[in-house]
Design a protein around this ligand. Structure first.
Ligand code: FAD
Length: 432
């Protein structure tokens, strides 16, 4: 019987396995060094904040795996011999495969800062990181978090929930300005500050100072400011977790290079999820998209190929969602930080400063390109459809009610948004 081995039990590896099983009786083994069972990485913060126990983050009951004949192996892979199709585990065991799926996710970045390996300094990616954070923050009253992406904001919120004073160092002048337009970033900035966080924009880490026991005691910024603290969170992005494969014949740049079918340069070896780098990403897409939904779509696609229906990976309309403290954020399609030359732009913000929608469209055709939503939940399938069908901005604004996914009793804002849009259009046409 064919043996498919999957390294990594995250969303990408697990989705691949589940979807192969729906169509095939192949022997499937999933290997992971992190945990026995698949869990939701995006829920890690809620364990620390006391909203969930680890058990609640597991999407499937423990009996699910045996019932579906998905063999689980706990252990770290240290090397793969692609010629003999053998996987070597750190514990000394070897596993033979016929087909191999690499789904090893990401690791947290570090940039060789002096002091980055002191006790009390860490990133946040794995369950082990969460356990370390639990231990590291036991007696902390002041923490510094470096790096203002989504994981950085989560770490700040986690620390804040325990009454720890947080200084948040963000290199960019405007919050997350490599992703968000300036209005959106400023809304989040204000919200973070409203929670009492000492957010410092345009601030970079220079070094972390340790005490005589080798524990972090302060950070020094590039401007020479000294911030005393006993915990330092480094959340300066992630990179594909592929270093253990670099000396092999597998083609790797930042991530494992895959073609449109998620196939690597080696026959019968595939890569999915955060560790995969698409050789020719579609227009407006990145070669590596380290988000949950990408891992899921890649897993579903690869399972088709591995069960006899060779299928091109189509990422669909870009979507991501997150939470900045109390503000839910969703993004659909393309909303770049700067407005492009042929692009229309409409930003609506509620006077309370906690809700906003940001629309972008192609000026020549009116076709909607993307939307950012803050504090208003939109229906995924509606915006996915409107963007892929090229509906016009006028159509979208007119039918906005259809896309609202807030519970019935929530106050709705469509009328204000429509008025704002019409006023903006009138101004624009009288100016031309
Ligand atoms: C704190 C946090 C919050 C996040 N929030 C969001 C969010 O709100 N929305 C969103 O879209 N995305 C979010 N992400 C990103 C998202 O979680 C990842 O994109 C996704 O989990 C990646 O899935 P994956 O299956 O590719 O890899 P992973 O989930 O990383 O799984 C890979 C697994 O492989 C194991 N592994 C790696 N190397 C080896 C080896 N050599 N031997 C054995 N096992 C190995 C790893 O230990 C890991 O268990 C968040 C990430 C973090 C860390």
């Amino acid at each position: 019987m064919e043996h498919i081995v999957i390294i990594g039990n995250g969303i990408a590896g697990t989705t691949t396995a589940r979807n192969i099983r729906k169509k095939s009786d192949a022997r499937i083994t999933i290997i992971s060094g992190e945990t026995d069972y698949f869990f939701s990485r995006t829920a890690l913060m809620y364990i620390y904040m006391g909203h969930m126990k680890f058990e609640h983050t597991k999407p499937y009951e423990d009996w699910f795996w045996e019932k579906n004949k998905l063999e689980l192996k706990k252990g770290w892979v240290k090397a793969i011999d692609f010629d003999s199709r053998k996987i070597a585990l750190e514990v000394g065991e070897t596993i033979q495969y016929d087909k191999l799926v690499i789904a090893t996710g990401s690791i947290s970045n570090k940039f060789n800062w002096p002091g980055q390996d002191l006790n009390g300094v860490q990133g946040l990616y794995s369950l082990q990181d969460l356990e370390l954070m639990e231990a590291n923050t036991k007696n902390t009253s002041h923490a510094v978090v470096v790096g203002g992406g989504l994981i950085g904001v989560e770490m700040v919120e986690m620390l804040h929930s325990r009454g720890i004073h947080v200084t948040f160092l963000v290199r960019e002048k405007n919050f997350w300005d490599i992703v968000l337009p300036v209005e959106d970033g400023q809304l989040i900035e204000r919200h973070i500050r409203k929670h009492g966080i000492d957010l410092r924009l345009g601030a970079e880490l220079n070094e972390i100072i340790g005490n005589e026991t080798g524990h972090a005691s302060a950070v020094i910024t590039t401007k020479g400011e000294r911030i005393p603290c006993t915990f330092v969170g480094l959340t300066v992005g992630v990179s594909p977790n592929v270093d253990f494969l670099r000396s092999s014949s597998l083609k790797i740049e930042k991530g494992i290079l895959v073609n449109d079918f998620l196939e690597t340069n080696i026959t019968d070896v595939y890569a999915v999820g955060d560790c995969a780098q698409i050789e020719n990403p579609g227009q407006g897409r990145r070669a590596i998209e380290p988000v949950w939904y990408t891992g899921r779509i890649m897993g579903e696609t690869l399972a088709q190929t591995l069960t006899g229906n060779r299928t091109v990976y189509n990422p669909g309309v870009w979507f991501n969602s997150a939470k900045f403290f109390d503000i839910e954020y969703q993004t659909y399609g393309i909303v770049s930080p700067q407005v492009a030359e042929n692009e229309g732009d409409f930003y609506w913000e509620h006077p309370d400063g906690d809700k906003a929608l940001h629309f972008r469209w192609t000026t020549t055709t009116g076709a909607i390109r993307g939307i950012n939503a803050f504090g208003i939940r939109l229906r995924h399938e509606v915006f996915d459809r409107w963007i892929s069908e090229g509906k016009t901005i006028d159509f979208v604004v007119d039918l906005l009610e259809q896309a609202n996914f807030d519970p019935e009793f929530y106050r709705k804002y469509e009328q204000e948004i429509k008025e704002g849009y019409r006023l903006g259009s009138l101004k624009a046409s009288s100016a031309t």
